[in-house]
Ligand binder design. Structure first.
Ligand code: GN1
Ligand code: MG
Length: 352
């Protein structure tokens, strides 16, 4: 714990810190809440940025500051109340930047938003608000002038993800390709590949735009208040130019799944159309000013693309020997991939 106090001390007076405790369940970064003396609620969030995943932390923080700054300015002009609860705010460190490097590890601190809640599952009503909020988020950023770097190149490019899978299969670093299930899994993925690469083809034909998207719209990346209103969009690391499919598809990948992302019991996994419809309604309202007919038409495709892509990514990591996602047991990525594949099949049944 002492090491964490020292790191936090670059951002705040270390003598005020009471305790630093783990927070949340992200698969990439490590997150903690900072309790300060004399206050019941946590006051700050301390986060270690996974710089194996986000290799350009300078660009990462520049992106986030551009995005939060732009949204904050708009809220100020609209006289929005409680702006500090609606947009993330990162603290400056004694280095003059919003991050510090200690022993090759990167850290940042943001304000904790008290009396806020995250959920791993939502009702249709909450899904509607979420759709509206992610739509508004894209809409707020539509006129952002500062350039936003592609922080993880080809992050949601399914052709690239399939190429990574093929490379993993060819390398077979840890011998997973001996498993018949894995071979068959790869074959099933290949059979659907052409169909799922539709978005990239349309992009090359100049028919599909990229917009500034959140790119990690899992249900638990949104804070709600006591009354179920959406407070704030969090986890802004992956904000970058992408197809709007990213935000639409990734939300439903988590929210419309009646099971868990890593559910070992595939019978739990169905695609909840009520959630889909509620989210779509909100999302179409939030994006009404800019979404093109083609983007709208392809929203069902987006909802199938994301479980497909996530199955590809989890399976690739499994074949590579689990170097990317945090795992809790040896076959965790395979279990996740199976669950995402089932969700893909269920989404296809429901939507296409
Ligand atoms: C990762 O960090 P977290 O858990 O919010 C991943 C997403 C995946 C997700 C799967 C940078 O997000 O792309 O969809 O896990 N983020 C990165 O749960 O790879
Ligand atoms: Mg997250």
């Amino acid at each position: 714990m002492n090491a964490l106090f020292t790191i936090a001390g670059h951002f705040i007076d270390p003598n005020t810190i009471e305790n630093i405790e783990p927070l949340g369940n992200g698969l990439i970064n490590d997150t903690y809440k900072i309790m300060v003396k004399g206050e019941d609620n946590p006051k700050y969030v301390l986060q270690r940025i996974n710089n194996a995943v986000f290799t350009n932390v300078e660009m990462l923080q520049n992106n986030i500051e551009a995005v939060t700054g732009h949204i904050r300015k708009k809220y100020e002009n609209q006289d929005v109340k409680d702006i500090h609860r609606r947009v993330l705010h990162f603290l400056n460190a004694d280095t003059g930047k919003t991050y510090v490097v200690e022993d090759g590890k990167y850290w940042r601190v943001m304000d904790f938003i008290a009396d806020s809640y995250t959920y791993d599952a939502v009702t249709p009503e909450y899904a509607y608000y979420a759709g509206r909020s992610f739509g508004d988020f894209e809409s707020l950023l539509i006129d952002l002038e500062e350039p936003i770097g592609e922080i993880i190149p080809d992050f949601h490019n399914i052709e690239f993800r399939l190429k990574q899978l093929e490379d993993a299969v060819a390398d077979d670093r840890v011998g997973q390709m001996r498993e018949v299930e894995v071979q068959k899994f790869v074959d099933k993925i290949r059979e659907k590949a052409e169909q799922m690469c539709l978005g990239e083809r349309l992009y090359r034909e100049g028919k599909l735009p990229k917009r500034i998207c959140h790119c990690d719209t899992k249900v638990n990346n949104m804070l709600f208040d006591n009354d179920g209103n959406v407070l704030c969009i969090i986890d802004l690391d992956t904000v970058m130019p992408s197809f709007v499919f990213s935000d639409f598809g990734d939300f439903l990948r988590s929210a419309a799944n009646t099971g868990d992302e890593d559910d070992p019991d595939l019978d739990h996994i169905h695609f909840n159309m009520e959630i889909y419809e509620a989210f779509e309604k909100g999302y179409l309202e939030g994006t009404a000013s800019f979404l093109t007919p083609l983007e709208k038409e392809l929203l069902p495709y987006a909802a199938t693309l994301f479980p497909y892509m996530q199955a590809v990514r989890f399976l690739t990591d499994y074949i590579n020997g689990n170097t990317y996602y945090k795992i809790r047991y040896a076959t965790h990525n395979l279990v996740r991939a199976r669950a995402q594949w089932r969700l893909f099949e269920e989404a296809e049944k429901a939507l296409l």
